[in-house]
Design a protein. Structure first.
Length: 212
């Protein structure tokens, strides 16, 4: 499995923390787990301000050429547990995502709603934390996810105001739901830490925390 991340200059320290947390010592029965850190936008990727978080699509597409088992991790993430637990889920199910505790209808702008022909019932689609996303690109269902996610980005669905839209996360959650992907329970694999957050569960694999 390969863990991919892109960071611009203000997040280099966080990316370094992520790289160090993965280190050379994480491995499973079937693979060595390594990092694929990027500090330059892939060719053809629009700036973040133009299409927020579209860089994730382009970075995953680069990383899959190195290893078909890909885990995207935001710079706010760092590994604290057994990474093979997430790898096993990706290998077996084709997808890894953890519940975010929000619903698509609360974070979907009108353009994206129209693009996906979102129904009233689909407003209740649970969102997942797109800051930690795993795909097994050897599986057709994961390839379908990536094709649809990239198409939604090109259609302008990653664009929008942060006050009512969650860009890549909204689109990914709709597509994952329609493909029947199973989400991991919130807090089971990744935990937010810091003031105001509860104590992480035993056995979590990643902490999510901005750089101090």
């Amino acid at each position: 499995m390969i863990v991919v991340n892109y960071s611009s200059s203000q997040y280099y320290r966080a990316q370094d923390r992520l790289i160090k947390s993965i280190g050379p010592n994480h491995s499973s029965l079937v693979s060595v787990i390594s990092m694929f850190p990027l500090r330059d936008l892939p060719l053809g990727c629009p700036p973040h301000g133009e299409s927020p978080y579209e860089f994730k699509v382009h970075c995953i597409n680069q990383a899959k050429a190195v290893d078909p088992i890909v885990l995207w991790a935001d710079s706010s993430m760092y590994c604290v547990g057994d990474l093979s637990k997430i790898e096993d889920i990706i290998r077996q199910e084709g997808f890894f995502g953890q519940e975010a505790g929000h619903y698509v209808g609360d974070w979907c702008n009108d353009h994206t709603r129209a693009y996906f022909n979102l129904t009233e019932e689909e407003n209740k689609i649970p969102m997942f934390s797109a800051g930690l996303l795993g795909l097994n690109m050897d599986m057709p269902i994961a390839k379908s996810f990536m094709e649809q996610w990239e198409a939604s980005a090109k259609a302008g669905c990653f664009k929008g105001d942060w006050s009512n839209h969650r860009h890549d996360m909204t689109c990914a959650s709709i597509i994952a739901h329609r493909l029947g992907f199973k989400l991991q329970r919130g807090g089971s694999m990744m935990a937010y830490i810091g003031p105001g957050y509860s104590t992480p569960e035993p056995g979590v694999v990643f902490y999510c925390q901005g750089m101090l």
